[in-house]
Write a protein that binds this ligand. Structure first.
Ligand code: NAD
Ligand code: WQD
Length: 302
C-alpha cells in the first residue's frame, strides 16, 4: 500500500518505517523535525537500502499539508506526529491541543480532500482512568489526568466521529503502553531533542555518565520490590504491530481501538537490573518520593 507516515523522523515512526519497507509498502514521510531528526531519515534509508520521499512540513499548516496529500494520494495515513512530554503539556497546554488535536483535525481535512479513508493513529495508555485496577483492557474507562493525555483522547474522539460518516472509512487507534529499546542496528533509538523524562532515556544518560544517578520515583508501591511497575514493549514489536494493523485496515471498517503492550509488569528496579545484566554497566540509583500527577501502576491487556 501507499502509506503516508506523519512523524516518521521520530522514535517510533522511524522504527516503523523500517518494518513497513520490509513488508513491501511504499512510504512517504512528513515531519517538521520539532523532535525528530533528518539524520534519522537517512539512517532508515541506510538500514532498508531504499530511498523514499521526505517532506519537512508541519501538519498544522493546512495549506501545505493539503498540497502534500494531493501529490502523494496515499491509501493509508499512519499518524505518529505529535508532541509527548507530560511536563511540557502541563506548562503549555495550548501548544499540545494545537499540535496534537488540531494537527489530527488538519490531517483528516486533507485526507477528505483526496478521498483517503484509512488512518492508523498513535494513541497512548495515558488515556485510561488511573483509578481502576490494572491490567487495563480497551474497555477500561478513559479519564486522562494531564493535557497531553487529553490531547490524545480528544484526537481519538474526532477520529471516531470521522469514521462514522462513511462506511468505507477505517480509523484504528493503537494505545501504546511503554515503548522501550532500539533497532538492532543501534541507529534508531530514543534520542529526544528536549530533556528526557522517560525512564529508559534517563537510564541511558546515567550509563553514559551524563547524569550521575537515577532517581527511582517511589519505593513504597505494593509491588515485589516496592518500585513502580509498567508494561514495557520493545519498539520493534510495536512497529510490527503497526504493520499488522495495516494488514487489517481495509477489512476492519469503522472505529477500532487496540492496546499495544506486552501484558507483563516490570518494575523500575527490575529494568535497572536487567539493563546492567545485558550491558555490564552499573546504574547508580537512589529511591526518592513518588512522582505526582502520574499513573501509579500500568499494565496492559491486549
Ligand atoms: P517522537 O517525538 O520521537 O516522534 C514524534 C515525531 O513527530 C517527531 O519526529 C516530531 O518532529 C514530529 N512532529 C511533532 N509535531 C509535528 C507536527 N505538527 N508536524 C509534523 N511533525 C511533527 O515521539 P515518539 O515516541 O516516536 O511518539 C510517536 C507518537 O506516539 C506520538 O504521537 C506520541 O504521542 C505517541 N506515543 C508515544 C509514547 C512513548 O512513550 N514514546 C507512548 C504512547 C504514545
Ligand atoms: C516509567 C516508570 C516512573 C523516570 C509516560 C507518559 C505517558 C506515555 C509514556 C506517551 C514510572 C519511573 C521514570 C525516572 C523513575 N507517553 N521513573 N525515574 O510515567 O509510564 O508514562 O511515558 O504517551 O503518557 O506519562 O513513563 O518512562 O516516565 O516512567 O523512577 O527518572 O519509571 O515512576 O514508574 P510513564 P516514564
Amino acid at each position: 500500500m501507499k502509506v503516508l507516515v506523519t512523524g516518521g523522523a521520530g522514535y517510533i515512526g522511524s522504527n516503523t518505517l523500517v518494518e513497513l519497507i520490509a513488508a513491501g509498502h511504499e512510504i512517504f514521510v512528513v515531519d517538521n523535525l520539532v523532535n525528530g531528526k533528518k539524520s534519522t531519515i537517512d539512517a532508515v534509508m541506510n538500514i532498508s537500502n531504499q530511498r523514499f520521499v521526505f517532506f519537512d512540513c508541519d501538519i498544522t499548516n493546512r495549506e501545505n499539508l493539503s498540497c502534500l496529500l494531493d501529490k502523494v494520494k496515499p491509501d493509508v495515513v499512519m499518524h505518529f506526529a505529535g508532541v509527548k512530554s507530560v511536563n511540557e503539556s502541563i506548562s503549555n497546554p495550548i501548544y499540545y491541543y494545537d499540535n496534537n488535536f488540531y494537527g489530527t483535525s488538519c490531517l483528516l481535512h486533507s485526507m477528505d480532500q483526496v478521498g483517503c479513508k484509512k488512518i492508523i493513529f498513535s494513541s497512548s495508555a495515558t488515556v485510561y482512568d488511573p483509578k481502576g485496577e490494572p491490567p487495563y483492557t480497551e474497555s477500561h474507562p478513559t479519564r486522562p489526568i494531564n493535557p497531553y493525555g487529553r490531547s490524545k483522547l480528544f484526537s481519538e474522539n474526532i477520529l471516531e466521529d470521522w469514521a462514522s460518516l462513511d462506511r468505507d472509512r477505517s480509523a484504528i487507534c493503537l494505545r501504546y503502553f511503554n515503548p522501550a529499546g532500539a533497532h538492532t542496528s543501534g541507529a534508531l533509538g530514543e534520542d529526544p531533542r528536549v530533556e528526557p523524562t522517560n525512564l529508559m532515556p534517563i537510564i541511558l544518560k546515567v550509563a553514559s555518565q551524563s547524569i550521575e544517578r537515577l532517581n527511582v520515583f517511589g519505593g513504597d508501591y505494593p509491588t515485589d520490590d516496592g518500585s513502580c511497575e509498567r508494561d514495557y514493549i520493545h519498539v520493534t514489536d510495536l512497529a510490527k504491530g503497526h504493520v499488522a494493523a495495516l494488514d487489517r485496515v481495509r477489512s476492519l471498517l469503522g472505529y477500532n481501538i487496540f492496546n499495544l503492550g506486552s501484558g507483563e509488569p516490570t518494575s523500575v528496579l527490575d529494568l535497572v537490573m536487567k539493563f546492567s545484566l545485558v550491558t555490564g554497566v552499573e546504574i547508580p540509583y537512589q529511591i526518592v518520593s513518588r512522582r505526582l500527577g502520574r499513573l501509579s501502576e500500568v499494565v496492559g491487556k491486549c
